[in-house]
Design a protein around this ligand. Structure first.
Ligand code: NAP
Length: 533
């Protein structure tokens, strides 16, 4: 560790989309540095380079709105961009706004310690950098800490193992290889069809079947692009008044108000609407009423049965024990039809769980499978994982990991009591992935910038929140969730995807507009719930 620390006003952790914007936004007025674990920028779109990685929201929306020239000049080749385009876009932004000199790549932050005598954070990185700063922007991502199930025997396996979040840059030769993919969430569902095409044999190990609808991806047509570019200002405003996604058509009728024929027509239109997540809002009550939700579930199951030739495989692919949308709805490009290929098979690892990896493959409680390559599409220690993997120590030696041991607490997902001057972007109890992450991230960075500007203007040195404020926000989050069906599945939203992870629902489902309104009201109301000194 360097003895003499460098001094900055602000340290941004993470050079993903929110971190890049935070650096750009704050660097104008404050001495700001950004630390990034990867050797490139782009966050999610740097790490997740597995075959088939593609965004599930249209790129005209899933993109920055802070710079008019950028959004006018950038061309998205497809409606739903693939990872290479998104990574290229992040690199373009880093170059265009000359951010690179302030980004330290391959240099993850290892520890953060707050000194309340000086109101400074002590930041140490894996390369031995030692920095003192007044503010931290934790743009660490809500889906960035990989979940690696700890099966015994991993070291014995003679083949190759890849986690989808750490996919190599160089193409992997899968010809003549027997590939096993574990996990059928958004990632597994995107990767599997391409792995099936490239490999000799693909075995899909499924614990919970997923609801998925076709993405409808296609090349961008000129009319669509022109229409957006001519109206970007208005459209970005509309996005802020929704979930950051304006292209969904929100149903106006309850499922119970429709005849079976009407229900079918609405759902059929939703299925081919080419707008992701249309199914979740096809009727007004899909996400609040289990019976209405079941109408949509049954429709999707009927599609699976229609697409998949083998009835037993089709049944195994049909989700039956949780409502649609309670786990993130998946968007696919040919996932279900892939099971009609001769080289693809499906294994139920809920009925017979995986017990160990062996020299030649893996074992479940009732069989052994020979594999050359194992792909882990097993998801993330979501929302809290990225920050709890850093040693974060607030006032009086309070460790963030301990504070969150029974589940995360926060005020607006923005601050945690006892950790002054540390601002989270997409932190626990924000709308996170239930709003469109780039737009919501930009909004949250602007919110943090407003707080910092006010602090400096009014000569404050420290801002914290209180346990009472955290409790009031927890109540709002829990009430919002209790009116919905979101809690009725084991998912990364509630941490139940990770064995032993504690805590309740980690996402605010009251909507991005209400989230903005309440967060802004607090600042306008003399910083209600915050304590400045
Ligand atoms: P995920 O949704 O959490 O899925 C992980 C999968 O691994 C699940 O099928 C899970 O089964 C399975 N799994 C985990 N541990 C297992 C074990 N011990 N044994 C057997 N199976 C196990 O993770 P993800 O697919 O990476 O997606 C996470 C989120 O990232 C998505 O919800 C989405 O928000 C985002 N994402 C978006 C896109 C996109 O934009 N298109 C693409 C990828 C990811 P269970 O369901 O039984 O837990």
């Amino acid at each position: 560790m360097a003895e003499n620390p460098e001094e900055f006003d602000i340290v941004v952790i993470g050079a993903g989309f929110s971190g890049l914007y935070a650096l750009h936004r704050l660097r104008k007025d404050y001495k700001t540095i950004c630390f990034e674990a990867g050797d490139g920028v782009g966050g999610t779109w740097y790490w997740n380079r597995y075959p088939g990685a593609r965004v599930d929201i249209q790129s005209v929306e899933y993109s920055y709105g802070f710079d008019e020239e950028l959004q006018q000049e950038w061309k998205w080749p497809e409606y739903f961009s693939a990872q290479p385009e998104l990574e290229e876009y992040a690199n373009h932004v880093a170059d265009r706004f000359e951010l690179r000199d302030n980004i330290r790549l391959s240099n993850a932050v290892e520890s953060l310690r707050f000194d309340k005598e000086t109101n400074r954070w002590h930041v140490q990185s894996e390369n031995g950098d030692y920095v003192l700063c007044k503010y931290i922007i934790a743009a660490t991502g809500s889906l960035s800490a990989p979940n690696m199930p700890d099966w015994p025997g991993r070291e014995k396996f003679r083949g190759e193992i890849y986690h989808t979040t750490q996919w190599p840059r160089e193409p992997i030769d899968l010809r003549n290889k027997r590939v096993g993919i574990i996990g059928t969430g958004s990632t597994g569902i995107q990767a599997a069809p391409l792995l099936a095409e490239k490999s000799k044999q693909l075995t899909v190990f499924q614990r919970t079947p997923a609801f998925s609808m076709p993405s409808g991806n296609r090349p961008t047509d000129e009319e669509h692009e022109r229409n957006w570019k001519e109206n970007y200002g208005e459209r970005r405003d509309k996005m802020l008044d929704t979930y950051g996604v304006s292209l969904i058509e929100y149903g106006t009728k309850s499922a119970h108000e429709c005849t079976p024929e009407e229900q079918h027509a609405i759902l059929e239109e939703g299925w081919t609407s080419k707008s992701a997540f249309q199914m979740m809002v096809a009727f007004t009550d899909v996400m609040t009423d289990r019976a209405a939700n079941e109408v949509v579930c049954e429709f999707v199951r009927s599609k699976i049965r229609e697409i998949v030739d083998d009835p037993a495989t089709a049944e195994l692919l049909c989700p039956t024990d949780y409502p649609i949308g309670a786990k993130r709805l998946c968007i696919d490009n040919g996932y279900f039809s892939m099971f009609n290929r001769d080289n693809v098979s499906l294994v139920d690892v809920k009925a017979a769980p995986i017990t160990e990896l062996t020299e030649t493959g893996l074992k479940t409680t009732d069989a052994s499978y020979d594999l050359d390559v194992i792909v882990m599409a097993t998801g993330f220690d979501a929302v809290t994982g990225a920050l709890t993997r850093i040693e974060v120590e607030g006032v009086d030696g309070l460790k963030l990991r301990d504070k969150w041991s029974e589940g995360p607490t926060s005020y607006f997902g923005f601050m945690v009591a006892g950790f002054p001057n540390l601002f989270m972007i997409h932190g626990p109890l924000t709308p996170a992935a239930l709003a469109q992450m780039i737009t919501a991230g930009e909004w949250q960075v602007d919110y943090a910038a407003r707080v910092i500007d006010d602090m400096e203007k009014d000569n404050y040195s420290c801002i914290d929140t209180t346990e009472e404020a955290e409790q009031s926000w927890a109540d709002e989050v829990n009430i919002a969730a209790s009116h919905t069906i979101f809690g009725q599945a084991n998912s990364w939203y509630n941490g139940k995807n990770i064995e032993g992870k504690k805590g309740g629902f980690m996402i605010y489902v009251g909507g991005f507009p209400r989230y903005r309104e309440l967060s802004e009201n607090a600042l306008n109301n003399n910083y209600k719930g915050f304590v400045r000194s």
